[in-house]
Design a protein around this ligand. Structure first.
Ligand code: ATP
Length: 308
């Protein structure tokens, strides 16, 4: 059981990776952001953020062996630092904590790992510092930090509008989907993928393509959604990383129901019909990409797993 009172010695919060079952992207708005209509789906690949009391700020990062720890910044450019500063400023408290991020989510992989860390540290520091921040303030800070951060607080299946930061739960939260995830050795820059989108889709409508049919079938058997997965950033990502076409083809050959690039890539994800099917597809993809993982979704958003 997780105690909820008394000053904690440490708090650990777990936050999931996301994939976009549908990612409709419109032409850039006046403020430079692209309007999105997206269906987020949280899957069971996690970053854990542990915070401890301290009289200064310290950030440490550890990663799973398949990730490059040097790709994660340790200074002010880590989104966790920005998240801690925003939360501390809101309440007028010093941003003092000893923070450890343990990463499983691919870095610059199109799975919103940084956003997961930001959501996790907001929840963890709120508890550590005894702030009791309202949900409204939490979601406002999250949206300020990044388009995917409000979703990382929620988890599940979520419709994202605006630039992705306006979030609303959708159906299918209790229907388990199985995925095989193929990571890449080198990440892709999200802004670079959007720039390629702008170059390739110069006539894009300002209104992103809607996921009506997908949302209608989200609670149905897996075959109903197989043909409805869609990602407007897939072609730009493939244009920047042509070898991902081979990864997608390998997934199809290994028997996946459907494959797609996750968000801005380069991670590729493959929909399967069961845990056994996913393990079989994963075995068929052995040696493809940097690392092959099996995960299910949807899973919970940022949540406390340890409060010692
Ligand atoms: P997006 O949410 O734009 O799809 P992504 O999932 O592709 O992003 P992230 O892993 O969130 O990529 O990281 C994008 C970049 O942000 C990294 O290349 C890194 O330089 C920087 N970064 C800052 N903080 C973090 C963090 N806590 N974890 C990972 N990367 C971070």
């Amino acid at each position: 059981m997780i105690p909820t009172s008394g000053p904690p010695g440490s708090v650990t919060v777990r936050a999931p990776a996301k994939i976009n079952l549908h990612l409709g992207v419109g032409a850039p708005r006046g403020d430079g952001f692209h309007p999105l209509l997206t269906v987020y789906h949280a899957i069971g690949i996690y970053d854990d953020v542990t915070v401890r009391p301290s009289d200064s700020w310290r950030l440490t990062v550890e990663t799973a062996p398949y990730l490059d720890v040097t790709a994660v910044p340790l200074g002010d450019d880590n989104i966790v630092v920005r998240a801690a500063t925003l939360l501390a400023d809101l309440h007028g408290v010093p941003a003092h904590a000893d923070v450890l991020i343990r990463k499983e989510i691919p870095v610059a992989g199109g799975m919103a790992g940084g956003s997961a860390d930001a959501a996790a540290v907001l929840v963890a520091l709120d508890r550590l510092w005894g702030l009791d921040t309202s949900d409204e303030d939490m979601f406002r800070l999250a949206a300020e930090l990044g388009s995917d951060v409000p979703f990382a607080l929620m988890g599940g299946n979520v419709l994202g509008t605006g630039r992705g930061e306006v979030v609303e739960s959708v159906r299918g939260g209790d229907v388990v989907r199985w995925w095989v995830v193929v990571t890449a050795r080198e990440g892709l820059s999200t802004p670079a993928v959007y720039r390629r989108f702008d170059a390739m889709a110069a006539d894009a409508s300002p209104r992103p393509s809607p996921p009506h049919r997908l949302v209608a079938f989200l609670a149905d058997p897996v075959e109903a959604i197989t043909g409805l997965l869609h990602n407007d950033l897939q072609e730009p990502a493939l244009d920047l990383r042509p070898e991902l076409r081979d990864v997608l083809a390998a997934g199809e050959k290994a028997g996946a129901l459907a494959g797609l690039v996750s968000g801005s890539g380069p991670t590729c994800v493959f929909l399967c019909s069961s845990a056994d099917h996913a393990r079989g597809v994963a075995a068929g993809l052995d040696g493809v990409g940097e690392h092959v993982l099996v995960a299910n979704g949807p899973v919970a958003g940022a949540h406390v797993v340890e409060h010692a």
